[in-house]
Design a binder for this molecule. Structure first.
Ligand code: MSP
Length: 549
């Protein structure tokens, strides 16, 4: 970098460091969650879908808890990577982006049943205009200067790399330095650029991390970022002049904005920054769900940008792990990508959502395998949850003419189920507030396991043989029906389709109203499903799959 810090008003960098806690959001009434915006150079694979599902489960949980919820997703359309792909395919970058958004990225949302509130594209005027507005603010505040940069650039990451980020290439790339993430050679760029004085924010960021221990999660992600920032931050090149696919700098139209600087701003341009202050104030700050490969952009560059502009920092950043195939990050460029519909066509979107939120600890890497998916589908969904629902409803139909029976005297075994349900609700809600999605699903699943054990022990089919046991049979099947009521409510954020079928079959829609209107946080209050509710037929929620590979 040719030019370093110039003297400036030191007060500007002592920007406000608001106190946010990720966990605190669960008690509040507002929840804004984002996914990364996806590069449109290629079609989605299950790694992308994984991020979407996790954010959607969090959003649905909060929405169903009555919180003022907003889920944002979208696409990242500028930069050299998109330009090159478009050119290689004989299209303009805008044509290419339009094609990929309509044919691949928007359809992904219905494939995996994402209930997003908005979809932002970085080529929209609401974004482009307000990126320029943001840059003008930083420029006017003296946070931007001109300089020169020479460095190793990875187009896959759209990032200048440090020596520590590079490894020796093998095969065709023998003798070259390659990006550790993409295994592709880096390019040495030498450009005159505009720089953002990010180095000014080393201490403010360390203070922010210190004052808000939950700001970056999980712990491993936080430690990595803190160690990185402690080494001292360098100023950041924020413009490119050798190509023009991007947003022009307001004061120099021979430069376009660096694609990450442009992309990060989507989180505020989508909620009215620059145009609609009331909406911005209502939504911001957000919890950002990101893959660990893009953690530093979100936990370092992004809050530094916001501090420079005098805006509140995000509520939190959660860095999840990678889906691995053969021990490596799944990626299209390495030809290991699996399209989400390869899974949903066979197993359905609910199974997709359940599998990825339950089988992988959110925050750690997880290996995907078809065998594991099939095995869990069979044992947990078909035999565990699906069978619990179908046999309970079948017995209510057979022994009580399809009417939910009355709960009589409660024995310790029944009370134990009430307790499991109540505990599951509070544990799951606590897990959601910590962004521990897998833990929330596991907590709810204790109800499935407890009810299956309860049925085995209580043997309602044996009770039905002797009319003297009629009261007991009635209580046992009420317990099953009411347990299923709670399960439908609690699992609806994870498996919206099958829980809706169950809800209707239980007669709960007629008795209690729409499933998504049932508040999750009070789902543990026992006795909500009225006796006498008419149950209906239930097709298998998770049909057997004959030729699952
Ligand atoms: N465009 C940037 C993000 C800008 S956000 C302001 C980007 N896009 S991406 O399409 O490459 O990746 C989007 C997300 O998908 C990232 O969070 C990334 O970690 C995630 N994943 C891509 N491959 C993945 C796996 N194999 N496993 C899990 N998530 C992965 O980065």
């Amino acid at each position: 970098m040719s030019e370093r810090k110039r003297g400036r008003d030191a007060d500007v960098t002592k920007a406000r460091v608001p106190q946010f806690r990720m966990g605190a959001m669960a008690e509040g009434s507002r929840f804004y969650v984002t996914t990364p915006i996806f590069y449109v150079n290629d079609v989605p694979h299950i790694g992308h879908a994984y991020t979407e599902v996790a954010a959607d489960v969090l959003a649905r949980w909060h929405r169903q808890s009555g919180d003022d919820t907003w889920l944002l997703t979208g696409t990242d359309e500028h930069g050299q990577k998109i330009l090159r792909t478009a050119t290689a395919n004989g299209a303009t970058p805008q044509e290419w982006a339009d094609r990929l958004v309509e044919s691949a990225w928007k359809p992904l949302l219905s494939t995996i049943n994402i209930a997003n509130d908005d979809f932002i594209r970085t080529t929209e005027p609401r974004h482009e205009n307000n990126v320029q507005r943001f840059l003008t603010t930083l420029y006017d505040k003296g946070f931007i200067y001109t300089g020169e940069y020479e460095g190793a650039y990875c187009v896959g990451c759209e990032e200048y790399k440090q020596a520590a980020d590079l490894i020796a290439g093998t095969g065709d790339d023998e003798g070259q330095q390659v990006c550790a993430i993409h295994s592709k050679p880096v390019e040495i760029l030498h450009e005159k650029n505009y720089f953002f004085r990010m180095s000014d924010f080393t201490q403010p960021l360390l203070d922010l991390y210190e004052a808000n221990p939950d700001f970056i999660q999980p712990e491993s992600a936080r430690n990595e970022v803190v160690a990185f920032v402690r080494q001292g931050l360098e100023d950041l090149s924020i413009s490119r002049s050798t190509f023009d696919w991007g947003i022009k700098l307001p004061w120099d139209d021979t430069h376009v904005v660096y694609v990450w600087f442009d992309a990060l701003l989507n989180y505020i341009t989508a909620i009215g920054y620059g145009d609609d202050q009331a909406t911005f104030d209502r939504r911001w700050p957000a919890l950002h769900i990101v893959g660990k490969d893009i953690l530093r952009f979100h936990a370092v560059i992004w809050p530094a940008m916001l501090l420079a502009a005098g805006l509140p920092v995000p509520a939190g950043i959660f860095g999840h792990g990678w889906l691995l195939v053969g021990g490596e990050k799944m990626s299209k460029s390495k030809l290991t990508g699996i399209a989400p519909n390869e899974i949903t066509d066979t197993f359905g979107s609910d199974a997709f959502r359940y599998y990825f939120t339950s089988a992988i600890t959110f925050g750690q890497d997880g290996s995907f395998s078809w065998e594991d998916l099939s095995a869990r589908y069979e044992s947990e969904l078909a035999n565990g949850f699906g069978n619990l629902a179908s046999r309970s409803l079948a017995m209510i139909t057979r022994y009580f003419d399809g009417q939910v029976p009355t709960e009589g005297a409660v024995t310790p075994a029944d009370a134990a189920i009430h307790d499991v349900v109540a505990a599951a609700v509070s544990q799951a809600d606590d897990a959601i507030s910590r962004v521990a999605v897998h833990e929330a699903v596991a907590s709810v699943w204790t109800i499935v396991d407890a009810l299956n054990g309860y049925i085995t022990e209580q043997e309602p089919w044996a009770l039905a043989k002797d009319p003297a046991n009629a009261d007991r049979l009635s209580t046992v099947l009420y317990t099953c029906a009411e347990g299923l009521r709670a399960l439908a409510v609690l699992l609806s954020p994870v498996m919206p389709e099958s829980t809706q079928k169950l809800w209707v079959a239980l007669g709960a829609e007629a008795a209690l109203g729409e499933l998504t209107a049932q508040p999750v946080r009070s789902a543990g209050t026992w006795g909500q499903l009225p006796a006498g509710t008419q149950v209906g037929a239930l097709e298998p929620l998770f049909p057997r799959i004959e030729s699952a590979e």
